[in-house]
Design a protein around this ligand. Structure first.
Ligand code: 6PG
Length: 477
């Protein structure tokens, strides 16, 4: 008997994906650089399905039916290239290598092009949901050729999370499209986490609530429109007490957030595409600020002062207002992320269906939320939607939230509590709303110092003012 699919790289994610395939009745070839892990997998979980363990890459490849489907689950970067270099020579025309790691989409584009030349399919696929998701049903975002999806899609759909029986897996688009979308998923994940953290901080510092009380607030919110995996686990984390000290867990953890890079990549790509993903950017920078121990120490040593006046109480129901600020800011972050996906899709000719992305993020992945149903509906109604903010549901939500949202940003500023997520989302919203932006002045400055020219509101063409002359005459540029 030959295996329908193979997995190489059997650390926890690879192992769980392999088990997931096996539990769904597929025969799974398994391979790892050191054979121990392979043996362990079969010893511990062999009863869950049919595994064909191999010690050598050659045996592993030989144990697969054609076209061969080889899932690579190793660290992004050089380790992935090394595995590709090892396996590509052993494969035959039409076989496929599937990179399920968090690869950079430009690496995926490069690898796909190189392997296509050799007659092989390279499928860069996003997989979200952590260890548990990999085992019980992740959200899967495969890129690559349509032909590869025909041969691979059904297996991936089989092991993916389901919503009302529908798989959280869809062919995203060619080459790097899957990894791009996974990257933006992670960027949005950063924004969600930052916004939740700001909500917690305000409830704690302004509201004076304990972490455990705030956990109850989050549990309440989780029953409403904010219902999501991240809100749910936040409540769990806030309820946790440190066994050793008895202190709330959040108080004994070092307040320096780490990152493996996908959020940063999202922002880097957005800068190149010219899409303002300010919510994601603020989240990445907030992590960087938290991690900048030297700078924070210098500030502490210098005693950077806070507000001189004692800030008054929040003008309103703090808890209800923070919920509104959180929801509105979340809408902005998603609107920006989806805009980035659409911009990249256009740039690379990927034809990504944004509604389908919302659909496959409804379960399995880290940002899974009730909220994604509304995004899906928005794109179902108007597939060409320019920004989610003009969809009626989101427009109503943000309009309804905005007074509270403004009060929260004011309170944060008056108390000297950093809320870059809430504040920048509001600034973005106001920027979009503005009938006139001060960008006209910036154009004037550019023209003054660099003769960079400007366009006028009342006629076509490019113009330059002769700023250095006495009469400052305008000329056609
Ligand atoms: C997922 C997660 C996963 C991982 C991130 C965390 O979708 O399952 O996003 O990919 O947990 O890499 O990223 P940071 O280490 O950058 O926070």
């Amino acid at each position: 008997e030959k295996a329908q699919i193979g997995v190489t790289g059997l650390a926890v994610m690879g192992r769980n994906l392999a088990r997931n395939f096996a539990r769904h009745g597929h025969t799974v070839a398994v391979h790892n650089r050191s054979y121990n892990r392979t043996k362990e997998l079969v010893e511990e979980f062999g009863n869950e399905g049919t595994f064909i363990p191999s010690e050598s890459a050659e045996d592993f490849v030989a144990s697969l039916e054609r076209p061969r489907r080889v899932v690579i689950m190793v660290k992004a970067g050089a380790p992935t290239d090394a595995v590709i270099d090892e396996f590509a020579p052993l494969l035959e025309e039409g076989d496929m290598l599937i990179d399920a790691g968090n690869a950079h989409y430009l690496d995926t584009r490069r690898r796909e092009a190189a392997l296509r030349e050799r007659g092989l399919h390279f499928v860069g696929t996003g997989v979200s949901g952590g260890e548990e998701g990999a085992l019980h049903g992740p959200s899967i975002m495969p890129g690559g050729s349509p032909e590869s999806y025909e041969a691979l899609g059904p297996l991936l759909e089989d092991i993916s999370a389901k919503v009302d029986g529908e798989p959280c897996c869809v062919h995203v688009g060619p080459d790097g499209a899957g990894h791009f979308v996974k990257m933006v998923h992670n960027g949005i994940e950063y924004a969600d986490m930052q916004l939740i953290a700001e909500a917690y901080d305000l409830l704690r510092q302004v509201g004076g609530h304990t972490p455990s009380e705030i956990a109850d607030v989050f549990r309440g919110w989780n029953e409403g429109r904010l219902g999501s995996y991240l809100i749910e686990i936040t409540a769990e984390v806030l309820k946790q007490n440190d066994a050793e000290s008895g202190q709330p867990f959040v108080d004994i953890v070092l307040d320096q957030a780490e990152q493996k890079g996908t959020g940063r990549w999202t922002v880097q790509a957005a800068l190149d595409l010219g899409v303002p993903v300010s919510g994601i950017a603020e989240s990445v920078f907030a992590r960087a600020l938290s991690g900048g121990a030297d700078v924070r120490k210098a500030a502490a040593d210098a005693g950077l002062p806070g507000p001189s006046a004692t800030a008054g109480a929040h003008e309103g129901d703090l808890q209800a207002d923070v919920e509104q600020a959180l929801f509105a800011s979340k809408i902005v972050a998603y609107a920006q992320g989806f805009q980035q996906i659409q911009a990249a899709s256009k740039e690379y000719g990927w034809s990504i269906d944004p509604g389908a992305m919302a659909k496959i993020w409804r379960a399995g992945c880290i940002i899974r939320a009730k909220f994604l149903d509304f995004i899906k509906q928005a794109y179902d109604k108007s597939p060409e939607l320019t920004t989610l903010l003009v969809d009626q549901y989101f427009l109503d939500a943000v309009s309804g939230a905005q007074d509270a949202w403004r009060r929260v940003v004011v309170t944060a500023a008056q108390h000297g509590i950093p809320a870059p997520g809430f504040a920048s989302a509001l600034a973005y919203f106001d920027g979009l709303r503005a009938a006139r932006l001060p960008a006209a002045l910036i154009q004037g400055q550019r023209d003054f110092f660099g003769a960079h020219t400007y366009r006028r509101v009342d006629k076509e063409g490019a113009f330059h003012t002769l700023w250095a002359t006495d009469d400052r005459k305008e000329i056609d540029a």
